[in-house]
Design a protein around this ligand. Sequence first.
Ligand code: HT7
Ligand code: ZN
Length: 870
Amino acid sequence: PKVNYLKDYQTPAFTVDSVFLEFLLQPEATQVTNRMQIGRLRAGDLWLDGESLDLLSVHLDGEDVTSQCRVEETGLSLSTDKEQFELEIVTRINPEKNTALEGLYRTSGNYCTQCEAEGFRKITYFFDRPDVLSVFTTKVVADKSQNRYLLANGNLTESGDLPNGQHYAVWQDPFKKPCYLFALVAGNLEKISDTFRTQDGRDVALEIYVEPRNIDKCEHAMESLKRSMAWDESRFGLIYDLDIYMIVAVDDFNMGAMENKGLNVFNSKFVLAKPESATDVDYEGIEAVIGHEYFHNWTGNRVTCRDWFQLTLKEGLTVFRDQEFTADMLSPAVKRIEDVKRLRSNQFPEDAGPMSHPIQPQSYIEMNNFYTMTVYEKGAEVVRLYHTLLGEGGFRKGMDLYFERHDGQAVTVQDFRNAMADANGVDLQQMHNWYVQSGTPVLKIESEYDAQMQTLTVNCEQSLPETEDFKPLLIPIGFGMLNSEGHSLQLQPIESHLQTVELRSETNAVLKMTKAQQQFVFNGVQTQPILSLLRGFSAPVKLSYDYSDQELALLASADEDSFVRWEAMQTLLLRTVQAKVAALKSVEEYAVPQLLVDTAEKLLLDHSLDPALVAMSLTLPELGYIGEQYREVDVDAIHQAHNWLKNGLAQALQDEWRNTYLRMQDDSEYRYDKRQIAERMLKNVALAYLGCLAQHQERVFEQYRAQHNMTDVLAAMKIMLHQGHSQTDQALQDFYQRWRGDNLVIDKWFAMQAETQNETALEKAQSLLSHPDFSLTNPNRVRSLLGVFARLNLVGFHRADGAGYQMVAEQIIKVDELNPQIAARLLGPFTHWKRYDAERQKLMRAALQRILDRDNVSKDVYEIASKSLA
Ligand code: HT7
Ligand code: ZN
């Protein structure tokens, strides 16, 4: 397959000033007329991208030129030397057969589109590239009884009835946009409506469309949308520009949501919620994704990407914006920790594996494979670096200049950096290195205390393990010092370091590291301090510093930075699991250290702390993250040590867990607010520990039976499944009967079983494959069963006989024939084969080879499987 390189970028040869599209919708034969006003920028033939299209006719300025067109598998070419012309192309497509969910497809009997990254070419022939921006007018014609609503981008300008039970609607989008932002939806949906008054006094109509059975689950999404609009105005001065903003929820969707101009299409998972059926995590996800897509209106739509290698320009920036939004809506400290956990358990492994790429990739075979944790989440961390370096005010100045310069343009990450630099009068050229180097940097820190001189020297060294000829990165290091009582010390950098140490308060600083090795020296340090490093997780690096357990215990209970406190406790827990893993391989006895128990107890007894932070601190690191610490992952030993520590802490602190559980009980009506969420989180962590103890089993089932809200129900179910409680089967059956027909809840039912790690995990997953509610064509269902099993069920997936690999590989092959994007994403866990023992390596490679060795392998799957085996 063809490889696309950033270095080959060429500006477009033609402009499309305006485009008129007409869709005659029919499930199996939709006719699309595409009339473009084209202008020439460079000499040469005309090339239009197009795939899986039936070409019916082509007219050039009214003349039939169909027979002069050369039609290939990936597009159409035509010779002309005209400077300015109208081209009209008529094609036919089959939405009903479109199981790849890219282009125009059917979902629950409705029509819907997904064009990013390169799906528009499956609708009609076009310049399918983000730097060709046009004004779109869309006419939709369809049977009225089957399609009550006919929607497209922009404002509705005309609608009416037609003969034969048909009706039509015409939508005009006044803003120039690339075709990846085009959208069309039609079907028998229902909507809820509201309005938002903008800062400049305009009323915007807000509409959320869903399948009729879901109409009672849209309120949280609508509230989230209004909060997003208000937040973007107050934080960034960005105001919505059209008269209407529409969101449509569909059950079949490859990703989370899509920011099409004025007509977002969402995976229903990120719209629908009510307390009985959605968890706190779901509620938070909805608010974040609604925010994310809304924020794209400026960062992505008004200013878009020049080419797909610039994807992080819109995605990294918009993720940063949605992270800040959630932080402001809930708790900045909790959100920061959640994001760091996500980054470490998903992006760090990606960046250490065969698919490792910089946030600005240099080449790709299939663009859909580059909507990655690296481009999104590490990209957001890099945007956060600008924010940390420039401060809120400086960052805002940079954003303002970016919009002033580039509104209506398709630009690059360099343009963004220039705006940040020019607005603040600083040189940010070194930031380029974050865009073009892959891998997670290691930041090694050592400190020397001179008691006589009362100085502390911090020696920092950065490296990028897999990169030859590595270029040093600009790394801001959040920094503080504590005395042995846990009190913060005043920071006094020496005179010559005043440029590189920026004091944010008397006790809090940012060390600006720009060189491969760098020293920072502080005066007036009267006692040997304990260092608080990388406060706020100020850069996406792996920190290496030789803390003693006592220092970690102190930081966990006393540092002024909540990320450092959480991190310290997690490191203590991690060390304990690691020590147990080592002990399991020898004859040594190993007991849960008293220091760990005491520190955990201290957190549980300190009622002044945010319960969410206590909950997160006392949750054991995930198995995947523990595995990451080893060159060779011993799945069974890690699993065993993990369970051992959980049981040990459960035993050692049983009174505290019980008291905490009771203290966090709240029978009042469910609310999605910071306090209730935090209390539920801590209550359910306490219950998870209590669930290890036979005498508290009943309490878990009791919580399930109370059916207070889905957060509590699901927490109880997962504990029962994990511990193998006797009431588990009863609860599973009850859950299924109660929620049958509600797809999102049934997804949870599949996922919790797929995640449960025990000797029969694989058999369970296999039996679920033949459950009548399982479907290979619905991405959410595939992710719930196969995605969760392969990613999280280490014991089942990595079964020593390779049966787990075989089962998943077989299913990936089937999915690839239906939906290559989803198949390629399921490959993730296989790509890390080098991290396992020789026998498992062999089995995983064989599975990958089997997936690859097929005549009809998609380029999505080909790219990932072949790069993994290389
Ligand atoms: N910008 C959107 C990306 C997206 C997407 C990409 C490939 C295939 C399907 C897709 N659906 C949505 C989502 C976002 O980042 O907001
Ligand atoms: Zn996005």
